[in-house]
Design a protein around this ligand. Structure first.
Ligand code: NAI
Ligand code: MG
Length: 354
């Protein structure tokens, strides 16, 4: 088992957290008997932009498209490149060109992490948000009319294709079926959005027929967000359109503590293209260069990548090691009230692997 990984640290703390992710990946490879072949790339960063006037080389797709996965840090350095330029010139191109139509984010309360929701303890919150990552509300169909007049009108259409809706629902139902609770929740708003959301509901109902073992329900997005906060223990797999999934996938990790530990996968389930794994957080210019960033979000993303590559045991071992490190204050970084720096925390996870 040999895996070729495109390693792209990007900007800011990405350059500090990615090496810790690679450290843990290499330790896992040794313990679990697979081989890692990392290739490091300096593009998809604002440094690259400053040297070349664009975020990536023209042949970026050929250079990383043949890898088994992409291990990504964070992109963005707003002092030198506007955020919409850096993001649309890199990460968003990866998602669209590599058809990474699933955005997967685990929401789990970990030991040692103060939970903003009163009275919750580890074990109470453990679910996944599955976000549609390529269509829906984030379309480029629309326009402005009568610009700068009293009659001004702006329109942006939601685009849902049967292929696009069914493939994300299938992924979510498959995931639910594989989990012990076998429970799926769909985010909707079919009372207010009267064309696309009833369609979404219909497709959920049709897909559910193929999964008799999965219990499923749906909530309108407004009450669903309230229930994330009030009853996070109700959820197992939550699936939503691009916009609803975006909101839920920030709210979920926010309900379980620091942004520094949350991981994510941008996944092409068919494996026609490499999938991309990255922490939820950005490049954190306010703490970059000081060696104090929490590397756990990056390391947990490495675990998700191994799971995707077909190394579930190594992936689970990394998550267990993360839990052990978080449980001990002296191994945690400052954002969690500890004193460890980025490297010390990364080394601790690598050493805790069983
Ligand atoms: P951010 O996630 O970079 O930072 C938000 C706050 O959380 C900051 O106070 C930061 O210090 C803290 N933080 C984030 N990660 C941390 C970690 N691992 N350990 C300790 N503290 C951590 O979000 P912000 O400030 O909105 O964006 C900064 C830059 O990152 C922008 O250029 C933005 O576009 C980009 N960004 C990139 C993302 C990506 O590459 N996927 C995602 C989000 C933002
Ligand atoms: Mg978001």
């Amino acid at each position: 088992r040999i895996y070729r990984i495109a390693v792209i640290p990007g900007d800011g703390i990405g350059k500090e957290t990615v090496p810790e992710g690679v450290r843990v990946l290499e330790a896992a490879a040794k313990k679990y008997g697979f081989e890692l072949r990392p290739d490091h790339f300096d593009f998809a960063s604002c440094d690259y932009y400053q040297r070349h006037g664009q975020m990536m080389p023209d042949d970026w797709k050929a250079r990383i498209g043949g890898h088994d996965a992409i291990f990504f840090g964070a992109v963005g350095w707003p002092k030198v490149v506007p955020d919409h330029v850096s993001l649309w010139g890199s990460l968003i191109l990866f998602r669209r060109e590599f058809s990474q139509y699933v955005n997967l984010r685990p929401v789990r309360l970990m030991p040692g992490v103060p939970c903003p929701l009163v009275g919750r303890k580890p074990g109470d919150i453990d679910f996944y948000v599955v976000r549609e990552n390529t269509e829906g509300e984030y379309s480029s169909v629309g326009g402005r009319m009568f610009q700068d007049t009293e009659r001004e009108v702006v329109i942006q259409e939601t685009v849902m294709s049967r292929t696009g809706v069914d493939r994300i629902l299938k992924f979510a139902f498959d995931l639910a079926e594989a989990r012990p609770k076998k429970h799926l929740t769909s985010a909707t708003k079919s009372n207010g959005i009267s064309i696309t959301m009833p369609y979404w509901d219909e497709r959920v109902e049709a897909m559910a027929k193929h999964y008799p073992g999965v219990r499923w329900d749906k909530y309108h997005i407004d009450i669903l967000t309230a229930n994330f906060v009030l009853h996070p223990d109700w959820f197992d797999v939550v699936v939503g359109s691009n916009l609803f999934g975006d909101i839920l996938s920030d709210l979920g990790p926010a309900c379980t503590g620091t942004i520094g530990i949350a991981p994510s996968g941008n996944i092409n389930p068919e494996r026609d293209f490499p999938s991309l794994f990255e922490p939820v957080h950005g490049s954190a210019p306010d703490i970059a260069g000081r060696g104090i960033a929490n590397p756990i979000g990056q390391i947990w993303s490495a675990a998700m990548m191994l799971d995707h590559l077909g190394e579930p045991e190594a992936a689970a071992a990394i998550v267990r090691a993360i839990e052990r490190v978080l449980a001990e204050q002296k191994l945690r970084t400052r954002d969690l009230g500890g004193a460890a720096d980025t490297v010390a925390c990364g080394k601790a996870v690598a050493e805790m692997l069983d």
